[in-house]
Ligand binder design. Sequence first.
Ligand code: NA7
Length: 540
Amino acid sequence: MTATQTTKYYDVVIVGAGFAGLYMLHRLRNAGRSVIVFERGDEVGGTWYWNRYPGARCDVESLQYCYSFPEAEDTGWRWSERFSAQPEIWAYARHIADKLDLRRDISFTKRVTAATFNEAKGRWYVETDKGDSVESQFCIMATGNLSEPTVPNLPGISDFEGAIYHTGAWPRVEPDFTGRRVGVIGTGSSGIQAVPELARRADEVVVFQRTANFSVPARNRPLTDDDYEAFKAQYPNRRAVARRTFSGTILPRSLGVNAIDAGPELANAEFALRWGWEKGGGASFLNAFDDLMVSRESNAIAADFVRQKIKEIVTDPEVAASLCPKGYPIGAKRLACDTGYYETFNSPNVKLVDLKKTPLECVTGDGLRTSEGEYLLDDLVFATGFDAGTGAISRIDVRGRQGKQLKDVWSQHPSSYLGLMIAGFPNLFTITGPGSPAILTNLLVSIEYHVEWIDRCIADLEAAGHTIIEPTEWAQEAWSTEVAKTVEGTLFLEADSWYMGANVEGKPRVFMAYAGGVHAYENRCETIVAQGYTGFDRRG
Ligand code: NA7
């Protein structure tokens, strides 16, 4: 579209009011810029707004999965558990929005449908499904990595007469599952978290598993005042240390050796500590040794440990065998953290259907049919994941220079420079975009770094007397090569994961993250800035 006199101008349009959009708004507003945020939900919170399914919980400790910037401190917030559940994280997002008075610049229930760059004017034109049309110098996608749910196109799905839910688009009014027979399709993190909770609420739960996933106990517990004071006493230091780690999270230290050198006996003893209360919870399990994601032999020791635990917990040997993941390395798909998942299969009201043995044939009016027979169900819960990384942005008609469509660019390769900008799309930023380490890290740490980087980048651009910034093609290609190198030789490449885009038909099979760690990544970005924004063309 072209600008009309009625098109309202903002310095910056932000798409999304999750943790990324909220902090970005705060930073830019503090810098004196006019900003509007478009959010498709009717509240702030992003991922934690949509993923309100029973059992939804973060796998990063609450005291680390929160903002660390000064104005977010001392706002009177107190986490109640070691790993927070969705209602508390969502309440935190709302609390921050209140304390920083963010809502006045957020336009809710608006889905951004198009963003078009007008080269002659150096402006973005952004449209929503509610008829908004605004003009801005910069456009920032704070759309999240796991925000476009995928529902498999199962034959007969439209015949189903019961209710259908997706864990990533859960209704605002909690469904009542009392007395109902619920089918859950999908056993990634979301299914693994939802199943124990649904089993408590429903009459019967049938879990349809295509691929068994590795899961370790979350070891969640209430946060005592002592825990709280101990962490808070060293708070700034701990947050700074986290940023110098691989994952942006402080975890029990690795033993500093390879599991293969330690040998199975010592390795299993350490895994036992990390399965238990002593060192357990979150990503601690995979942090035990240095070679778990590069050595097949070491990885097999860890995988065997988990399989042995499953066999000890699940009383029916056939069910236990089906629940044991096989055919890919532990950690190559995101390791799930559960609270009583495997134990749930000992309940008389929970049944596992192994789709590898009895494939799904179709949905019927009142259930699901596999090669073995029909399961009668009142409700279907899809825990089938997301078109991750590129999905949410690709659904917006984003057009850069010469009408180039971002969806087309990404249909070949999820290209970007630093996960922050894309060649051909001037003044468009992506917070935690593909090509950054974000999806392998504590997202709050990655978000804060990107927000601060973008804020400074815009200020530096202005100070240098320019109005346009865009990465060069060569810098972007070199970055893609560098990203690919970080994952070369690792076991991440050996699973059909959403990290690889493998869960979405037709998506390029490329590992979407920089796997060199938060610290190395931030150093790279800082060097690029210090050298005068190497790889970026600044003009206008
Ligand atoms: P995931 O991890 O992508 O898991 C999706 C699950 O759904 C997985 O078990 C899939 O099996 C299953 N799935 C997908 N399509 C089908 C069909 N057609 N039939 C049967 N089963 C299917 O998504 P989550 O929401 O659990 O987790 C995403 C991230 O959120 C997680 O990694 C954390 O970072 C938080 P498959 O493995 O493809 O055989």
